[in-house]
Design a protein around this ligand. Structure first.
Ligand code: ATP
Length: 294
């Protein structure tokens, strides 16, 4: 009996596995068939880049209609300047970056680059104009150099070397047994959060986009790692219009303008000194973070 039972049991297992695989395939094909939410407008034109000025004009947005995240938010990032966005966790800071890269469309208002509404330009030309340094960078199972080259695959060797230098990765790479040929990613060398962000900065340098979005990692970094990132960012910001989503106020005291978000609205804006003097929301956040550090 057992001789018959075992093969039948095995056949049952094979049958269930095949059925599950077919269902997975069906789900996947369904996903592929579903129209992507964000597509080019029928009249979309190529983004005409001039100086790289960025403007949020009366922008409202919610992931669900019932829960607004941003309410009529307006601010401008003049070409070549650095604007920081701060606010409590969940205030909507990273949402601004997602809207700018058009992972979602605004519910009302508009986002403009050099005067052009981003919902009316091709996604391809929009995303070429913006380099994002995300909170958590994905590294491929390949060498560090290939991971950096990913920023612009046709970059020359000299350009990659220069990006490595500007991103303050030279010392780190020199400390590795195989230098920039060292394999990283899931199956290679584990890279720290700070090193990953500097690899992302090197990618952004290579991409040569006029607009840079830096989403600062929430995880705490030791002060040496933070200083290395800050120096790298300063180098990059020199030639870019930059929007910095900041969690630690100490990293953005040099910003040309600081936007303070509260409940999806612009609570106040100004330079670090102006906001401290105003003794409002920013000044309270600053005092709190100063206390936490000591
Ligand atoms: P943090 O400082 O913690 O990174 P944040 O200010 O960047 O926060 P966002 O990530 O912009 O906040 O999120 C704003 C709000 O939107 C949060 O309440 C969050 O839960 C919600 N949210 C974010 N992403 C989604 C999503 N994909 N679907 C639904 N709600 C979301």
């Amino acid at each position: 009996m057992i001789q018959l039972f075992l093969p039948l049991n095995f056949l049952g297992f094979v049958y269930r596995e095949i059925r599950r695989a077919l269902t997975d395939l069906e789900n996947m094909l369904g996903l592929l068939k579903r129209k992507p939410q964000i597509t080019d407008h029928p009249d979309a034109a190529e983004l005409q880049l001039k100086k790289g000025e960025l403007q949020f004009a009366e922008v409202s947005f919610g992931y669900q209609a019932s829960r607004p995240i941003l309410r009529q938010l307006s601010f401008r990032v003049a070409a070549g300047t650095k604007v920081a966005v701060v606010g409590a966790s969940g205030a909507g800071k990273s949402t601004l970056a997602r809207l700018l890269y058009r992972f979602y469309d605004v519910s009302a208002g508009s986002i403009r680059i050099d005067g052009q509404d981003i919902s009316r330009v091709t996604l391809d030309s929009l995303r070429r104009a913006i380099a994002i340094v995300p909170q958590d960078t994905v590294l491929f199972n390949s060498s560090i150099r290939d991971n950096i080259r990913y920023g612009r695959p046709d970059a020359s060797d000299e350009e990659i070397d220069h990006a490595i230098e500007l991103a303050h990765l030279t010392g780190f790479i020199a400390s590795l047994p195989k230098g920039d040929a060292t394999e990283v990613g899931e199956r290679g060398l584990k890279v720290s959060g700070g090193e990953k962000q500097r690899i992302a900065i090197a990618r952004a340098i290579l991409k040569r986009s006029p607009i840079l979005v830096f989403d600062e990692a929430t995880s705490a970094l030791d002060s040496a790692a933070e200083q290395a990132i800050l120096q790298a960012m300063r180098e990059v910001a020199r030639n870019h219009t930059s929007l910095v989503i900041a969690h630690r106020l100490s990293t953005i005291t040099d910003a040309d303008n600081i936007i303070v978000l509260k409940n999806g609205e612009l609570a106040e804006q100004g330079t670090h000194d102006e906001l401290l003097a105003a003794k409002g929301e920013y000044a309270r956040m600053w005092q709190l973070q100063q206390k936490q550090q000591h």
